[in-house]
Ligand binder design. Structure first.
Ligand SMILES: Nc1nc2c(ncn2[C@@H]2O[C@@H]3COP(=O)(O)O[C@H]4[C@@H](O)[C@H](n5cnc6c(=O)[nH]c(N)nc65)O[C@@H]4COP(=O)(O)O[C@H]3[C@H]2O)c(=O)[nH]1
Length: 945
C-alpha cells in the first residue's frame, strides 16, 4: 500500500478511535479479534462449502451407480415402471431436483423431487455459486452389451444452497456470540487493569499499587511515585523561594507605593501603611469604603485600569497615579483587585506651576507688546488690571496712581470696581502702611467681609513710587511667591511704560524749553514768534521781539563758577517774566541771551516801557552765594512788520539792535535801525579782510611808554613800553584794536596774529638793542584765546629763542577775567612763562573779580590799574579809595603797580601821592610807531632795570 494512503488511513483511524485509553485498547483488540474471527470463519466456511459440494457430487455418483444397476435390470426386461419407482426412490433424501431415464429412442421417464417448503431461503449469490459448482450426473444404462438409455440426475441447487446458508448462519452466529463474550470479558479485564492508572493522579502522597495491577502499571506507578517524591523536593524548594520572593516584592511595593486591596465589588478590604500615612485617615476609616470614592472614575472590571485620581486626604486633596490590577481566581473570574498608587501631587503641582507660569508669561508678554505700542497709558492700565485678574484668578484689580500733593491714590483703571470710583484717600508711599490703607478702603468699597485678601505691586518709576497695581478677593487666600512675581512683572512693565511716557513728555518739553530756567527755548521762541507774526498780520497789528544779552555775565561765570552763573540766569529769567505782560513770551536762547516775544505791540511805547523795565530790573543787584553782584543787560528791539516780516529776520534785527546797545555802553536798549545792518555788514567785511591782513603785512605795532613814578633816582625815567596792535587797512587807514581784536578772538585769528606780535616785539627789541644798547622791557597783551592755548609757552619759547633776545625784556599782560577763567591752568602757564624769565602783569585790574588766593599763586610782577579808576582822580573819592586799595594790595603781594590812562598832571600827582610805582598814558606819550620812540630810548631817558 502506498505510504500516503497508509498515512491517511492511520489518521482516519486515529480520528475514529475513542479518546480514552480503555476505549482505544479495546477497539484495537476488538478489531484484531474481528479480523481474526472473520478470516477464520471465512476459511472454515469455504472449506466446509467445498467439502459439501464434493461430498454431494460423490454421493450423487454412488447413488446414480446404484440406480443405474437397478434400472439396467428393469430396462432389460422392459419394466419401465420399476425404473420409474427406482428413480422415485432415488429422489427421496437425495440432493437432486430431478431424475430422468432417457432411452435410446428419446423417450424419457422423469421424476421430480417434491418441493420442501421448510428450506431456509439462501441468498441469490450463494444460489448462483452453488449452481456453478454442481453439474448433472449422466450414466449410460447398458445390459448385455446393449445400451438401453441414459440415466440423468439434476442437482437441487436451492436445497444445497439452503443447507450451506444455514451452516453459514449457524457458524457465524456462534462465532459472533463467542467473540462478543470474549470481547466483553477482555474489556472488563482491560478496564480493571487500567483502572490502576487512576492511582497515578497526584495527591501529594504516593500512589497506591493494587496487587492485581499489571506489572508494567505497577512499575509505572512506582516510577511515578519516585518522580513525584523528587518533584516534591525540588518544587517545594522552588515554591519556598517563590514565596520568599513574593513577600519581599510585597514589602518593596509597600515601601514604594500606596497599595490597597479591593474586593470584586470595589470595596477596599486592606490598605498598606503608606496609604494610611499619605491619606491621613485611620486604617479603619479607609477599609470598607468603595474605592471609587477615593477619587477617579474606576468601576470594577476585568481589565487593568490606569489613571490619575484626586484623592481626598485629611489634609487636603492629593494627586495619585493609580493602577488597578484585577486578580483572577482558578475559574478565571475576578477574585479581587490590587490597587497601586503613587503620589504625584508634587509633580502635578510642579506641572501646574509650569502651566500657570507659562500662562502668566504669556499675559506678561501681551502687556509688554501693548506697552510697546506706545498707545494711551490708560489703555495699558486697563489691560494690566484685566491681566492681573486673569493671571491671579481674581475678580477685582485696580491700578492706583499716587498723588503725594493731595495725599490720595487716584484710580487709573480697574476691574470689578464700581464705575464711579476715582480718588482714594490714603497715606502716599510704597510701604505696607499704604498697602493696608488701600486694602481697607477697597474691601469696604467692594463689600468684602474681614476674610478678604489682597496683594499689590508698587509701580516704581525712576526711583519714585508712581502707584500700585493691586488685586483683591472676597475669600481668604494666601498669595504665593510666583503670583507676587507675576504682579510685580506687570508692575515693572507699567513702570517702564510710564517712564517711557514721561521721558517722551520730557523730551518733548526739552525740545521746547530750557532746562535751567524752565523758559521756552530758541526753538519754541521761533514757533511763538511765527504765531505772533501770523496773528499780527491777520489783525493788521504790530508784533515785536526783544533780544536781551546780560552784560558781564561771563565774568560772573568765570569768577564764581558755573553754579553761580546758572543761578544768575535763573534769577534773570524770573525778573524778565515779571517785566512782561500776560501773553508775552520770555525765552532763553542759550548762554546769557534771552528774548521776549510781544505778540501785541500796538502803536504806543509798550516795547520801550517793557525794555526799560527789563534794563532796570536786571541792573538791580543779584545775590549769588551770599554776595551782591551787579550785571546789566543790553536789549535790542525789532518790530513786525517794519523790521522784518518773518521770525528769523525779526530775531536777527533784534540781535543787531542788541549788539548796538552793547556798543553803546551796555545797560541800555536800542530799537532796530536799518543802518545797524550796515554796521553788521561792515563787521562781516572786516572779518573777511582780517583773514588776509596777516599775510598782506597789514599789521603793525605801536609802542606806548611807561614812566617810573616812585621817588628816587629813577623817577621820571622810561621803565618800559607796551606794544599795541594796529591794523593799517588799505582803505580805512589805521584801525584801532577795539574794532578788530574781538573779531580776531572770535575767529581764532588771534593765535597767529598774537604769535606775530610776539615775534615782531622780539625783532624790535633786537633792532633797538642794536641801535641803543640798552632796551627797557616791552609788554605784550595776551588774549584769553592765547592763554587757553596749551602750546603757548612752547610757542613763546620757540619765538624768543629764534629771535635770540633776553626773555627778561618781555612782559605779558593778561586781564583779571582771563586768569580767573581757569585759574589752575593759568597758574601752570604763567609758571612756565615765568620760568623762561619773562615778566607777567595783570591788565585792567579792578574791572573783574580776582581771587586773592589765586592772585597770590600767580607768579606776577605787576598790577595795572584800569584807566576808569584813574580817569576821575583825584576828585572821585571812590576811585581814589579803590586806587589806593589796589596799590596797597599789590605792594602787600610784592607787586609793582602801574596806573593806566594817566592824562593829566593831577593824575600824576595823585598817583605819586598814593605810592603808585609806574604810570602809562597820554600824559607820558601816546602809542606811536617804533621809529618815533628813539628819543625815549636814549640811555639817559631809561630807568635802570
Ligand atoms: N583814553 C586814553 N586811552 C589811553 C591812554 N593811555 C593809553 N590809552 C589806551 O589804552 C589802551 C591800553 O591798552 P590795554 O588796556 O591793554 O587795552 C588794549 C588791549 O587790551 C587791546 N590790544 C591792543 N593791542 C593788542 C595786542 O597786540 N594783542 C591783544 N591781545 N590785545 C591788544 O586793545 C586794547 C586797546 O588798545 P588801544 O586802542 O591801543 O588802547 C590802549 C591805549 O591807546 C590815555 O591816557 N587815555
Amino acid at each position: 500500500m502506498p505510504a500516503p494512503i497508509l498515512r491517511l488511513l492511520l489518521r482516519l483511524l486515529h480520528r475514529l478511535l475513542p479518546r480514552s485509553l480503555v476505549g482505544r485498547v479495546f477497539a484495537l483488540f476488538a478489531m484484531s479479534m474481528l479480523v481474526f474471527v472473520g478470516v477464520g470463519m471465512g476459511m472454515f466456511y469455504r472449506h466446509q462449502y467445498l467439502q459439501h459440494i464434493e461430498e454431494t457430487q460423490d454421493s450423487a455418483a454412488t447413488l446414480v451407480e446404484l440406480a443405474a444397476q437397478a434400472v439396467e435390470d428393469s430396462a432389460l426386461i422392459g419394466d419401465y415402471d420399476t425404473v420409474k419407482r427406482t428413480l422415485a426412490t432415488m429422489m427421496e433424501q437425495s440432493p437432486f431436483a430431478s431424475a430422468a431415464f432417457i432411452d435410446v429412442n428419446g423417450g424419457a421417464i422423469r421424476v421430480e423431487a417434491a418441493h420442501d417448503a421448510s428450506l431456509a431461503p439462501a441468498p441469490g449469490w450463494l444460489l448462483d455459486h452453488v449452481g456453478g459448482e454442481l453439474y448433472d450426473v449422466n450414466r449410460v444404462v447398458a445390459a448385455g452389451g446393449k445400451d438401453y438409455g441414459v440415466l440423468r440426475l439434476h442437482f437441487d441447487e436451492r436445497k444445497l444452497a439452503s443447507q450451506l446458508w444455514l451452516l453459514l448462519v449457524q457458524s457465524t452466529s456462534l462465532a459472533a456470540l463467542v467473540l462478543a463474550i470474549s470481547l466483553l470479558l477482555a474489556r472488563a479485564l482491560l478496564a480493571r487493569w487500567l483502572k490502576n492508572l487512576d492511582s497515578l493522579r497526584f495527591h501529594g502522597i504516593d500512589a497506591a499499587i493494587h496487587p492485581d495491577a499489571p506489572l508494567e502499571i505497577q512499575a509505572a506507578i512506582k516510577a511515578m511515585n519516585r518522580s513525584a517524591a523528587s518533584m516534591r523536593d525540588e518544587y517545594g524548594q522552588r515554591i519556598a523561594d517563590l514565596m520568599n520572593s513574593l513577600v519581599q516584592h510585597k514589602s518593596a511595593l509597600d515601601q514604594a507605593a500606596i497599595v490597597s486591596e479591593v474586593d470584586r465589588d470595589g470595596i477596599v478590604t486592606a490598605v498598606n501603611d503608606q496609604f494610611v500615612r499619605q491619606s491621613g485617615y485611620a486604617r479603619e476609616e479607609l477599609v470598607g469604603r468603595p474605592l471609587a470614592q477615593a477619587g477617579g472614575s474606576w468601576a470594577p472590571s476585568n481589565t487593568v485600569w490606569r489613571g490619575e485620581v484626586a484623592v481626598p486626604g485629611r489634609d487636603g486633596e492629593r494627586q495619585w497615579y493609580r493602577t488597578i490590577v484585577p486578580i483572577l481566581d482558578a475559574e478565571n473570574s475576578i477574585d479581587k483587585y490590587i490597587c497601586i498608587d503613587f503620589d504625584i501631587s508634587e509633580r502635578k503641582e510642579f506641572e501646574d506651576a509650569i502651566v500657570r507660569n507659562a500662562m502668566r508669561q504669556g499675559l506678561l508678554a501681551r502687556l509688554g507688546r501693548k506697552a510697546l505700542e506706545a498707545g494711551p497709558l490708560v489703555e495699558l492700565f486697563e489691560m494690566a488690571a484685566r491681566l492681573a485678574c486673569d493671571g491671579l484668578h481674581a475678580r477685582h484689580a485696580a491700578l492706583f496712581a499716587f498723588d503725594a500733593d493731595s495725599g490720595t491714590a487716584c484710580l487709573q483703571a480697574s476691574r470689578g470696581f464700581p464705575a464711579d470710583t476715582r480718588a482714594v484717600p490714603f497715606p502716599c508711599g510704597a510701604g505696607p502702611e499704604a498697602s493696608d490703607a488701600l486694602a481697607r478702603w477697597t474691601t469696604g468699597l467692594l463689600g468684602f467681609d474681614d476674610a478678604g485678601s489682597s496683594i499689590d505691586a508698587v509701580v516704581v518709576c525712576a526711583g519714585r513710587p508712581f502707584g500700585a497695581l493691586a488685586v483683591y478677593g472676597p475669600e481668604t487666600r494666601t498669595f504665593q511667591e510666583d503670583e507676587e512675581a507675576f504682579l510685580n512683572g506687570l508692575g515693572n512693565i507699567l513702570a517702564t511704560a510710564v517712564e517711557r511716557e514721561e521721558s517722551r513728555k520730557r523730551l518733548t518739553w526739552l525740545a521746547q524749553f530750557d532746562t535751567l530756567t524752565g523758559l521756552p527755548n530758541r526753538h519754541r521762541l521761533g514757533v511763538c514768534l511765527e504765531a505772533a507774526i501770523i496773528g499780527a498780520a491777520a489783525s493788521r497789528r504790530r508784533a515785536g521781539v526783544m533780544f536781551i544779552d546780560l552784560d558781564r555775565f561771563k565774568s560772573v561765570n568765570d569768577m564764581l563758577g558755573h553754579g553761580a552763573g546758572d543761578e544768575l540766569l535763573v534769577q534773570a529769567g524770573a525778573r524778565l517774566q515779571d517785566c512782561v505782560r500776560a501773553g508775552d513770551v520770555v525765552a532763553r536762547l542759550g548762554g546769557d541771551e534771552f528774548a521776549v516775544v510781544l505778540p501785541q505791540l500796538g502803536g504806543g511805547s509798550v516795547a520801550e516801557d517793557i525794555a526799560r523795565r527789563i534794563v532796570e530790573a536786571l541792573a538791580q543787584p543779584f545775590v549769588l552765594q551770599g554776595q551782591q553782584l551787579f550785571v546789566s543787560a543790553s536789549v535790542g528791539i525789532a518790530a513786525y512788520p517794519e523790521d522784518g516780516i518773518d521770525a528769523a529776520t525779526l530775531l536777527k534785527s533784534a540781535d543787531t539792535a542788541m549788539y548796538s546797545a552793547k556798543q553803546n555802553g551796555r545797560n541800555n536798549y536800542q530799537f532796530y535801525l536799518a543802518e545797524m545792518n550796515a554796521d553788521a555788514a561792515l563787521r562781516l567785511q572786516t572779518e573777511h579782510q582780517l583773514h588776509l591782513a596777516l599775510e598782506r603785512g597789514e599789521f603793525e605795532l605801536h609802542y606806548q611808554p611807561k614812566l617810573r613814578l616812585a621817588a628816587g633816582a629813577q623817577m621820571g625815567k622810561i621803565s618800559g613800553f607796551e606794544a599795541l596792535l594796529r591794523w593799517r587797512h588799505p582803505e580805512r587807514g589805521l584801525v584801532a584794536p577795539f574794532e578788530f581784536i574781538s573779531i580776531l578772538e572770535e575767529t581764532g585769528l588771534i593765535l597767529p596774529v598774537g604769535e606775530w606780535v610776539i615775534a615782531e616785539v622780539c625783532r624790535q627789541i633786537g633792532v633797538w638793542s642794536a641801535q641803543y644798547g640798552s632796551v627797557p622791557p616791552v609788554a605784550i597783551n595776551l588774549s584769553a584765546r592765547q592763554l587757553g592755548h596749551a602750546g603757548l609757552p612752547q610757542a613763546v619759547r620757540a619765538i624768543v629763542d629764534a629771535a635770540g633776545v633776553d626773555p627778561g625784556l618781555l612782559e605779558f599782560e593778561l586781564t583779571e577775567s582771563m586768569l580767573m577763567e581757569d585759574p589752575e591752568a593759568a597758574v601752570r602757564i604763567l609758571g612756565d612763562l615765568k620760568s623762561q624769565g619773562m615778566r607777567l602783569s595783570v591788565d585792567d585790574f579792578g574791572t573783574g573779580y580776582s581771587s586773592l588766593a589765586y592772585l597770590k599763586r600767580f607768579p606776577l610782577d605787576a598790577l595795572k590799574i584800569d584807566r576808569t579808576f584813574v580817569r576821575d582822580l583825584p576828585g572821585d573819592s571812590d576811585d581814589a579809595a579803590i586806587t589806593k586799595a589796589v596799590i596797597s594790595l599789590a605792594h602787600s603781594l610784592n607787586l609793582k603797580v602801574v596806573a593806566e590812562g594817566v592824562e593829566t598832571v593831577a593824575h600824576v600827582d595823585a598817583l605819586r601821592a598814593y605810592g603808585c610805582d609806574e604810570i602809562q598814558g597820554y600824559y607820558i606819550g601816546k602809542p606811536s610807531p617804533a621809529a618815533e620812540c628813539s628819543a625815549l630810548l636814549q640811555p639817559e631817558s631809561l630807568a635802570a632795570a
